[in-house]
Design a protein around this ligand. Structure first.
Ligand code: NAD
Length: 498
């Protein structure tokens, strides 16, 4: 019998009382790794009560002390990075180097949380009126919650709970039901680092559990990352319940290839950015817009993509792993067929891909379409598979117009040797994260992850300064003290050092 994934309530890893479980599958083999509970709603209430109770004391812990706990947590995550990455690879399917990167990008957020005393600094103005000073503090909100997707099982939970907790909040995490075990390992290390019980709680489940969190009156703020329809639902329901919500959704990211770009760099970067992690990245490049003479590079792109192969996570020669499940594979195959039916030119078709020894895996090979138009389904929908679409534009203006007409706005990039072209692109493009000769421009945690339009609902983004503002409330104090009230003898006060 496969193991049952536990829930974490008030510092205890316990088995849920529910009788309903979902399988956690290795997508390369269909082996059932574990069963994840659809946590009973009363258990979610208990987790929230534990977090409320922990908040009373956690918010009073001095900020340098909180920072010290995060320093310890960072050290433990680094020491256990390989073990976490292996758990992650098995449940998600991504290659081991990719999984190590997933954990590493999360560790960087923990490092950012270690700066919390400086990050929590408020503002001051002396003498806003004669003898009157105004200053502000930021204070935590209370119990916050995070709901995360399958595709970055380490990084995305780490975008959320370290920043919220460093600010003095307590947290309920609901990881993806498809990849819950990575979070459990990271939670073990969190407790080992010495964080008090109840500060981080983990519940599992799907729609019903998420809706319960969205409607619970004691949850003050919700961070969500996942697909667009669910992001919209979470944003609407959460804000309808007067909660603070940041909801990151899906994407369709374009790379503009100018004719003056370095061809070798373009080709190499397109391979990794489109098919790395089997295209299951919200910042994956799924469309290359070839401008002018760059349209002659199609054969080079095809040649490079045809050399990469998927495989199981432990295969060092594998460029990427399987898709997460049969449903995802079916969707990718449907879109490939639709593109073919709607007149795109199929240069590489990964639909029939088989990996020897892993015939049950949800593998799709690298896929490349030329002559794609913006009215095709494969262009309009997020593919989330190892597929690259080639579009043509005669000018940079035309390329910008195509991208700005697309409803998503997560990431984009331009490859060029012209500073003027790059400057025009970064200024005019309506996308939140832009790479100049960088294919996947995910900002490091001292900046924020700033998707736009349908890729993000809310106003304050994840981590960086915006993450701190999202998880705190500002208190502004205006103070006046009367000199005549200073007790005699105190005016020449001296400080005695012990
Ligand atoms: P998903 O929307 O299916 O699931 C995300 C979370 O929502 C999970 O925890 C799931 O249990 C929960 N959920 C699913 N259906 C729900 C419903 N009807 N009501 C309430 N909760 C529900 O997403 P996924 O398949 O796990 O992840 C892939 C998606 O996430 C892609 O669209 C990808 O682009 C997006 N993503 C976006 C970013 C970003 O930063 N913008 C980052 C990573 C992934």
């Amino acid at each position: 019998m496969s193991q049952k994934v536990k829930i974490l309530i008030n510092g205890n890893f316990i088995e849920s009382k529910t009788t309903e479980y979902l399988p956690v599958e290795n997508p390369a083999t269909q082996e059932i790794l574990a069963e994840v509970p659809l946590t009973e709603l009363s258990e979610i209430d208990q987790a929230i009560e534990a977090a409320q109770e922990a908040f009373k004391t956690w918010k009073e812990v001095a900020t340098p002390e909180r920072a010290r706990l995060f320093l310890k947590y960072q050290q433990l995550l680094k020491e256990n990075q390989k073990e976490i990455a292996e758990i992650l690879s098995r449940e998600n399917g991504k290659t081991f180097p990719d999984a190590m990167g997933d954990v590493w990008r999360g560790i960087e957020v923990v490092e950012h949380a270690c700066n919390i005393p400086t990050l929590m600094m408020g503002e001051t103005v002396e003498n806003v009126a004669r003898g009157v000073d105004t200053y502000s503090y930021i204070q935590p909100l209370g119990v916050c919650a995070g709901i995360t997707p399958f595709n970055f099982p380490a990084m995305i939970p780490l975008w959320m709970f370290p920043m919220a907790i460093a600010c003095g909040n307590t947290f309920i995490l609901k990881p993806s039901e498809q990849t819950p075990m990575t979070s459990m390992k990271m939670a073990e290390l969190f407790l080992e680092a010495g964080f008090p019980k109840g500060v981080l709680n983990i519940v599992h489940g799907s729609k019903d559990q998420v809706n319960h969190i969205l409607n619970h009156p004691e949850i003050k703020a919700i961070s969500f990352v996942g697909s667009v329809p669910v992001a919209e639902h979470v944003y609407r329901t959460g804000t309808d319940n007067l909660k603070r919500v940041q909801a990151f959704g899906g994407a369709k990211n374009h790379m503009v290839v100018m004719p003056d770009a370095n061809k070798e760099q373009v080709v190499n970067n397109l391979v990794g950015a489109s098919c790395g992690a089997a295209g299951q990245r919200c910042m994956a490049i799924s469309v290359a817009v070839l401008v002018g003479e760059a349209q002659n590079w199609v054969d080079d792109i095809k040649k490079a993509l045809s050399t990469i192969k998927p495989g199981v996570w432990s295969d060092e020669s594998a460029a990427f792993g399987p898709l997460i499940n049969q449903q995802s594979k079916d969707k990718v195959l449907r879109l490939i067929k639709s593109a073919y039916d709607q007149g795109a030119e199929v240069l590489l078709n990964g639909s029939d891909c088989k990996v020897e020894g892993y015939e049950n895996g949800y593998f799709v090979g690298a896929t490349l379409f030329n002559n794609v138009s913006t009215d095709m389904d494969i262009y309009k929908e997020e593919i989330f598979g190892p597929a690259l679409l080639l579009l043509k534009a005669e000018t940079l203006d035309e390329a910008i117009k195509i991208i700005n007409a697309n409803p998503y706005g997560n990431g984009t990039s331009i490859f060029t040797n012209s500073g003027a072209a790059a400057r025009k692109f970064q200024h005019e493009i309506e996308v939140g994260q832009i790479g100049v000769n960088i294919p996947i421009p995910v900002p490091l945690p001292f900046f924020s992850f700033t998707g736009w339009r349908k890729s993000f609902f809310g106003d304050l983004h994840s981590y960086g300064k915006q993450g701190i503002r999202f998880y705190t409330e500002t208190k502004t104090i205006t103070a006046r003290w009367f000199e005549e009230d200073i007790p005699a003898g105190d005016l020449n006060m001296t400080i005695s050092l012990k």
